[in-house]
Design a protein around this ligand. Structure first.
Ligand code: PLP
Length: 411
């Protein structure tokens, strides 16, 4: 590879392999590109050959310029560059020590006291906690809106509205939003549109070409892919990228080179993992739709999901995270179902190679939209969120079959 930049005409699948591998990060001056992946550069101090270089270092604040550990070193730069190369329209990517740190870092870079933030009602719960806590303390008002209702979204805009935080599909209930329409409404009014794109990643939804100003991901999920690291990212065009970068440096947010190397390793196989998880999730969701115990399957790839038509229109891929709701039953029956599963771990997070199951209780967090969803029976409230991993889908179906028998014994 003579140039470090991946040519524009390469597909995302190829970019996942070629990106972020500058010869100077994978080799030495005598032997560029000596190894495939960048080494783990553990560094606080960067050394300068002379005083003139030290002086120049101050002014060149960009990935690729040695200065000091807080601005990263080749391992973090390689990861950020790789993420930028698979994010159409991005000028750069800022890394954060977790997905929540990315959400907080972006919102703090955008909002100031007196501003109003509009947040989708199906947002990740810690995003709500941040709004109710730290953002409220600094004088930012957050208002929640029904993710499926463009009319009430537009009505919620006021002259103090500075930003909107979208998540599509939303956490837990998986409604797909009309992101291009909301982003266009925002752009026309000078409102900053921010998307938590963790579910689809840039492979499944190209946020910036759909009108979003800042797109963020919990790299903890699909990019890490092995449930062994926490990290987040935010990508944007030049103007917002520069601001996010300066803000993250002011806040002192850095990621460790060891974690960056793990994330880079995960990124190489992300496309394969997502394709496999999507295929299995589709098969399992379809099977669940045919079960008498199941009232509703909330999977963006399936027609029963709110906004499935938008998913078909806007997305280029899916993943293994979706939910389903029992027909009636009880909280204890749901617990018994989850306890009976042998191939699904009980635990938070998702996007790893292994399947997980957690209870789904959206009523606890929603304030601006209904649960159960319109058209659902009032008795159908107990749900499960599934993460489909890389196991054989048939084995996972067999495991759930025996767990449904345990659930039925509780009814
Ligand atoms: C997990 C998650 C996050 C936060 O990521 P962490 O790395 O766990 O902080 C943010 N958004 C969504 C949608 C998530 O699922």
């Amino acid at each position: 590879m003579s140039s470090h930049h991946t040519p524009d005409d390469l597909t995302p699948a190829t970019r996942l392999v070629t990106s972020g591998r500058r010869p100077e990060w994978t080799g030495t001056g005598d032997h560029p590109s000596a190894v495939v992946s960048p080494a783990v550069w553990r560094a606080s101090t960067h050394l300068y050959p002379d005083m003139a270089t030290l002086r120049a270092g101050h002014s060149q604040n960009a990935d690729g310029n040695f200065y000091y550990g807080r601005r990263g070193a080749p391992t973090q730069w390689a990861l950020a560059e790789a993420l930028t190369e698979i994010e159409p329209g991005a000028a750069g990517t800022v890394l954060y020590p977790s997905g929540v740190a990315a959400i907080a870092g972006v919102l703090l870079a955008v909002l100031k006291p007196g501003d109003v933030l509009l947040m989708t009602d199906n947002a990740y719960e810690p995003s709500r906690t941040l709004a109710r806590g730290m953002l409220a303390d600094m004088g930012v008002d957050t208002r929640w809106f029904d993710p499926t209702d463009l009319v009430s979204f537009e009505a919620a805009i006021c002259n103090r509205t500075r930003a909107v935080l979208l998540e599509s599909p939303g956490s837990l209930t998986m409604e797909v939003q009309d992101v291009p329409a909301i982003a266009a409404l925002c752009r026309a009014r000078g409102i900053v549109s921010i998307l938590d794109n963790t579910w689809a990643s840039s492979l499944g939804f190209a946020a910036l070409p759909h009108g979003i100003d800042i797109t963020l991901m919990a790299l903890t999920k699909h990019v890490g892919g092995h449930s062994d690291l926490m990290m987040g990212s935010a990508a944007a065009g030049a103007e917002w990228y520069d601001r996010l970068r300066r803000h993250s440096q002011m806040l002192g947010t850095v990621v460790s080179p060891d974690d960056a190397a793990l994330a880079l390793r995960g990124l190489r196989t992300m496309g394969l993992r997502l394709a496999r998880e999507t295929e299995s999730a589709n098969r399992i969701a379809e099977w669940l739709e045919g079960r008498a115990e199941v009232a509703r399957v909330l999977c963006p790839m399936r027609p029963g999901c709110v906004g499935h038509d938008l998913w078909l229109r806007d997305f280029t891929g899916g993943c293994g995270l979706f939910s389903f709701v029992f027909r009636g039953g009880s909280s204890a029956g749901r617990d018994a179902f989850i306890d009976a599963l042998t191939l699904f771990g009980i635990g938070f997070s998702w996007g790893g190679f292994e399947s997980l199951a957690t209870p789904l209780d959206p009523a606890r967090v929603r304030t601006a939209s209904a649960w159960p969803l319109p058209g659902m029976d009032a008795a159908d409230v107990f749900g499960v969120r599934l993460t489909i991993g890389l196991e054989d889908a048939g084995d996972l179906i067999a495991d759930m079959t025996q767990a449904f028998a345990v659930w039925a014994a509780h009814a």
